[in-house]
Design a protein around this ligand. Structure first.
Ligand code: FRU
Length: 487
């Protein structure tokens, strides 16, 4: 990635370069994931295919690995793989966004890209004021903010936790969904309507039958695919029994009939997790020119310290995933373009009977590994990746209960200990395929062509390169393929 040195305000050129140097010297810098040049990255924002490029912004705090005053950082790409760094997209330079240009989305209109975001402002008593705001990008890439918010304040009955507008074209004009909290401290989503993307009329709360203990919904996203309506959101405050894991916060979705735009009723009542891993939050989707629904997520979670903090940076985005619907569920698979990164292919069919297999050709740090099961009688099929003498990440499938488990208890430098070191998911019809994307400090594991995926950060030593396959209590026959991934 070409590094741009658009310097944020409030720091000298020298200090900023110094910060950049510290980050560049950090271990665990990713090789093919989007990561911040300095400071902290969180939510993907404003995703679009516009004017011949994919555009992507992310929430950014330049000066360190903390959730400070946020910017939108801007990148663009022709192929979702090689990203051009365009530097600061939106800076917190207005009174209404003085404490953060918070998350939002984009939509094309009249040859322009409209960027809708939340202005986060704190008054002298440190009371939060949230408004929904607009900036417009033209074909030359110039971005201009509107001088006052489009929606000045939350509607009655809603607290100042009112943010993250996602906009789409409905049957009758444009619709906006925002995350919100009611004064009774429950999470909800609000719907606004507009004919010109500037004047917005409050339509009301979205009515959904699904109930949870969440006190706030962040980053909602609504879209229709394959005749269904899908509402994605990040409900904060779910109990462990509700969510089935111990992640501090969750990202999930409801799937149902398309939302009724007149009554604002959405009948999705089954909550599904989007990702079963440790580090996944605030995903956003968009439709590209090929009609694909593409998702980027933040491979991180709020309120957790990560080992890179001491090098002045934190987090990265997931690789882009294409969403499809099958059997009433979302499937997520890496976009086809990920294959552009493949080099040095290795392929082998192995048969293991109560034994392990390892071969240096399957070792590495930056790779894609594909395992296709031909036959399995083994009670347990296990893979250890990024292994050295002391460290490894284990992916274990148990045939008895069809459970797949990811264990990062020994993955490398320990962090987020309070939230447990296992994550698991039950597979419907056994294990057929595993596709693992390993980068310097992350794993993304796609199971059975996107039936389940796990995203996680790991912080192993550079020596953590070994891959070991093991069958226990029987045999496993599988074809294994590996490609090194190079940008
Ligand atoms: C989600 C979130 C959003 C907010 C943004 C601020 O991670 O808290 O609700 O707009 O991050 O950076």
């Amino acid at each position: 990635m070409k590094i741009s040195f658009t310097k944020p305000d409030g720091i000298t050129e020298e200090e900023y370069l110094e910060l950049g140097k510290k980050v560049q010297n950090s271990p665990w810098r990713q090789s093919y994931h989007i990561q911040p040049v300095t400071g902290l990255l969180n939510d993907p924002n404003g995703l679009a295919w516009y004017n011949g490029y994919y555009h992507l912004f992310y929430q950014w705090f330049p000066f360190g690995p903390v959730h400070g005053t946020k910017y939108w950082y801007h990148l663009r790409s022709k192929d979702l793989i090689i990203w051009e760094d365009l530097g600061i997209g939106l800076a917190p330079d207005q009174s209404f966004d003085s404490h953060g240009v918070y998350s939002g989305s984009s939509i094309k209109k009249d040859g322009l890209l409209y960027l809708l975001y939340t202005g986060n402002h704190r008054d002298d008593d440190w009371v939060r004021h949230s408004s929904q705001c607009l900036a417009v990008m033209d074909q030359e890439g110039r971005i201009r903010k509107e001088t006052s918010p489009l929606i000045q304040e939350p509607p009655e009955g809603i607290t100042e936790h009112f943010r993250d507008p996602k906009v789409w074209k409905g049957k009758n004009g444009y619709l906006m969904i925002t995350g919100a909290q009611t004064i009774a401290q429950t999470g909800t989503a609000l719907i606004y309507q507009s004919s010109d993307l500037k004047k917005w009329k409050y339509r009301g709360e979205l009515t959904v039958p699904w109930k949870s203990k969440a006190y706030m919904w962040e980053c909602p996203d609504y879209f229709e695919a394959d005749g269904s309506g899908i509402l994605m959101m990040c409900p904060q405050g779910m109990e462990t029994e509700e969510s089935g894991n111990s992640n501090i916060y969750e990202s999930g979705y409801l799937i149902g009939s398309p939302m009724d735009e007149e009554t604002l009723i959405f009948d999705g009542n089954r909550y599904e997790k989007l990702d079963y891993g440790f580090d996944f939050y605030a995903p956003q989707t968009f439709l590209d020119s090929l009609g694909r629904r593409i998702l980027f997520g933040w491979m991180g979670l709020p309120e957790i310290s990560y080992p890179t903090d001491r090098y002045g940076w934190a987090h990265c985005l997931t690789i882009p995933r294409e969403l499809t619907i099958a059997e009433g569920r979302i499937r997520q698979n890496p976009v086809k373009e990920m294959e552009l990164l493949r080099s040095e292919p290795v392929c082998e069919t192995i048969l293991m009977e109560d034994e392990s297999y390892q071969d240096v050709r399957f070792y590495g740090r930056h790779y894609e590994l594909m395992v296709q099961i031909i036959n399995q009688t083994a009670g347990i099929f296990e893979m250890r990746v990024r292994q050295n003498k002391q460290e490894q990440t284990t992916i274990r499938y148990s045939g008895k209960d069809q459970m797949i488990c990811v264990d990062r208890s020994a993955s490398g430098e320990v962090f987020a200990k309070d939230y447990g070191s296992f994550r698991k998911a039950r597979l419907k019809n056994g294990l057929r395929e595993l596709r693992i994307f390993s980068d310097e400090s992350s794993l993304e594991i796609f199971v059975n062509q996107g039936e389940v995926c796990f995203s996680l950060r790991i912080f192993p030593k550079e020596s953590g390169v070994e891959t070991v396959f093991t069958a226990r209590e029987g045999s496993v026959k599988a074809t294994i393929q590996k490609w090194n991934l190079k940008v």
